[in-house]
Design a protein around this ligand. Structure first.
Ligand code: AHM
Ligand code: MG
Length: 334
């Protein structure tokens, strides 16, 4: 039996390729994995909240009654605020940047995250996830500033997600391939289960909220009509798969091949998803896996956010499929 490779060992072995590395970055990834284990344990107990509430145990009830996305947000913050590795954080749950308390040292990295994406699915036991992105601090300020958060996607040092599904997995890239780890709950360790993930150049799955079809621009409607039109030679019709939980939809398509779309529509002119902590890290992962991510005009990683919660249209997945949708959007195909 080959030796089990823990996420810690994998991160440390990768670090050896960078002789000047201080270990801060490795430790930061490991801190995120630690927070993910705590969140995973809370997510797995989500259905028990009411049952346990009946016992009248204030402690347990007090902890579990906290909304899970709030709990996930606090867990990540508390796992990282004191480490001296971050200069600031940005979260979907906080309007402004999250400062590192004055009593703690400031570090050289920035963390942007969506603590619990798709959390409206929790009550139905549907997979949800945490998404994160890491940048270097670039401002000359003593502590982190907005400038440190609003960097071009290509400047990311790492991007990743944790999926709380039938098992819990952490998938990340630091620019040297995409690696996936599955949590073994019996020993509390993430073990390398998906080394060097590559996504098919073309898939046969499309994932979108097709209920919005009538609100989409013509190019998107035509693309959707196209993938549904049978043509055996090019593998159409595509299969429609939509969970409504970005991490879960993205993860499935990454492994099987396909495209995820969240286009703009009349009520959301920039779409729904956020550039900094949803689109950017997944775009980094998909490019490293051989796929592509676009907003219809340009690659997601070429964009620079102008505000923390900036939204972006998102077309992400297999390379050929993303280029197809761009050609429908720019009118070279119809
Ligand atoms: P959230 O950040 O409020 O959880 O919303 C993001 C979620 C994504 O997980 C998912 O892709 C999308 O919203 C689904 O939106 P819709 O219900 O419009 O299809
Ligand atoms: Mg989200």
């Amino acid at each position: 039996m080959p030796p089990a490779i823990t996420i810690e060992r994998h991160i440390l072995e990768t670090q050896r390729a960078y002789p000047g590395a201080t270990g801060d970055f490795s430790a930061l990834l490991y801190d995120i994995a630690f927070a993910a284990k705590i969140i995973s344990s809370s997510v797995n107990k989500a259905g028990l909240v009411d049952i346990m509430g009946l016992t009248g145990d204030e402690n347990v009830q007090g902890e579990l009654v906290q909304k899970l996305d709030e709990l996930a947000n606090n867990t990540i913050y508390k796992a990282l605020d004191h480490t001296g590795r971050l200069c600031c954080m940005a979260s979907e749950e906080n309007e402004g940047i999250i400062e590192i308390p004055q009593r703690f040292k400031c570090g050289k990295y920035v963390l942007a995250f969506d603590p619990l994406d798709g959390s409206s699915n929790i009550d139905a036991n549907v997979s949800i996830g945490t998404i994160f992105s890491i940048f270097h601090k670039v401002s000359s300020a003593e502590r982190g500033t907005l400038e440190d958060c609003l960097q071009q996607g290509r400047k990311q040092v790492a991007g990743g997600y944790i999926i709380y599904g039938s098992s819990t997995m952490m998938v990340y890239t630091a620019g040297n391939g995409v690696h996936g780890f599955t949590l073994d709950p019996s020993i509390g360790e993430f073990l390398l289960s998906h080394p060097n993930i590559k996504t098919p150049q073309r898939g046969n799955i499309y994932s979108c909220n097709e209920g919005n079809y009538a609100k989409w621009e013509n190019g998107i409607q035509k693309y959707i009509d196209y993938v549904k039109t049978p043509d055996k030679a090019s593998g159409r019709p595509y299969k429609s798969r939509y969970i409504g939980s970005l991490v879960a939809d993205f993860h499935r398509n990454l492994l099987y091949g396909g495209i995820f779309l969240y286009p703009p529509d009349k009520s959301n002119p920039l779409g729904k998803l956020r550039l900094l902590y949803e689109a950017n890290p997944l775009a980094f992962i998909v490019e490293q896996a051989g796929g592509a991510a676009s907003d219809g005009q340009q690659d997601i990683l070429d964009k620079t956010a102008r505000e923390l919660h900036e939204r972006t249209p998102l077309y992400i997945g297999s390379y050929e499929d993303v280029r197809d949708i761009e050609s429908f959007l720019n009118g070279t195909r119809s």
